[in-house]
Design a protein. Structure first.
Length: 361
């Protein structure tokens, strides 16, 4: 762009500020010389700033290679993102992002809880009812505060969404996770191939996203279906707190143990097991560990039934509480003597003979 055109563009951009300055000077007839000089300098600064911005926008781009540039500018990336968002809105294309935040919006005096994601320079809002199925609000809890709390437990989770609306100037996008989940659910559980097989059937091993964790279970999402996996089905070893073993945002492999489907409502209920995707360590442990011998391990769980000690082979030995001394806590290093092995029940029993260090005791 020629210098004259740049100056013209810059001048137009500061017309409003220049006119405001002139009007202010006319109203204030008693302005002293110092104030007038300051007004002139402010106007000059605004012009210079606008000229710089105009030149930056219209600067030539020179590529290293003769056949064209490989790197993208910020404007290129914004345009590509916008086209992707428009395609999602028009063609119901599924996009994927990470839940980064939870906000409470004021919509005409009504509070709306939303999940927040980002897609390039665009901020994506997913309303609560378009994101998850909320449990009933406990008595005495504020519904908005409770909804915000429940949604915040999923921060960091990987989710799919379909764009419902775009405000380009504000860089805001409104989307639906439930619409994306429904589309995926129909595709993987209700559509069949030439052999009349569904894309996911009982017995299949599938990749799942961890979307929430609790002490006794984790919640995963498999191709549009959310399902809990109880702590007993997560691993052959004893897990006392699933929140310490798994993190929202993880991906895990699970075996589909059972599928219940309702074709009219396009709903699916899954029973999953992560443990069934892992080789049973007790098969080998029954040969490697001998009754009457001592082995070192780490306390993995403390329960009313006793102390579970995790050994190197990936198995747990259930021991009674020591008859003397302090009780070892989870994480303590101990020595156990194997007393009994029950192969058909995958159980090994023993007694703690020595406590090397007590964590938290």
């Amino acid at each position: 762009m020629a210098n004259e055109e740049i100056m013209t563009t810059a001048t137009e951009e500061v017309n409003a500020s220049t006119e405001a300055t002139v009007e202010a000077a006319a109203v204030n007839e008693n302005a002293n010389n110092a104030q007038q000089e300051n007004a002139v300098s402010v106007t000059a600064a605004a012009v210079n700033k606008a000229v710089t911005a105009a030149r930056r926008r219209n600067a030539r781009i020179v590529a290293i290679d003769e056949d064209g540039r490989k790197a993208a500018t910020q404007r290129d990336e914004k345009r590509a993102t916008l086209l992707e968002l428009i395609e999602s809105k028009k063609a119901h294309k599924i996009l994927t992002g990470t839940m980064e935040g939870v906000e409470i919006l004021d919509q005409g005096g009504k509070q709306l809880v939303v999940a927040v994601l980002h897609n390039g320079p665009f901020k994506v809002f997913i309303p609560l009812d378009e994101c998850i199925k909320m449990p009933a609000t406990p008595a005495g809890r504020d519904p908005i505060e409770y909804a915000s709390y429940v949604l915040s437990l999923r921060l960091g989770s990987e989710i799919d969404y379909i764009v419902a609306g775009i405000e380009e100037e504000k860089r805001l996008v409104y989307a639906s996770r439930t619409a994306a989940m429904l589309k995926k659910r129909r595709h993987y559980f209700f559509v069949t191939d030439r052999r009349q097989r569904h894309r996911i059937e009982e017995g299949d091993i599938v990749e799942a996203r961890v979307v929430a964790t609790a002490r006794a279970a984790i919640v995963v999402e498999v191709c549009g279906v959310e399902a809990p996996i109880k702590v007993a089905d997560l691993d052959w070893a004893r897990i006392q707190d699933a929140k310490l073993a798994f993190t929202v945002g993880d991906r895990v492999m699970c075996k589909v143990m059972n599928i219940e489907k309702n074709s009219k409502e396009s709903t699916v209920h899954l029973t999953l097991s992560r443990k069934e995707t892992i080789e049973n360590p007790y098969i080998i442990a029954m040969q490697d560990y001998n009754e009457g011998c001592k082995y070192v391990g780490t306390v993995s769980m403390v329960s009313p039934s006793g102390v579970f000690v995790h050994l190197a082979a990936g198995v747990d030995v259930l021991c009674n509480y020591p008859t003397s001394g302090a009780n070892p806590q989870r994480g303590s290093r101990v020595t156990v003597r194997i007393t009994t092995k029950v192969p058909d029940q995958d159980r090994i029993f023993g007694v703690i003979t020595h406590v090397g260090n007590i964590i938290g005791g």
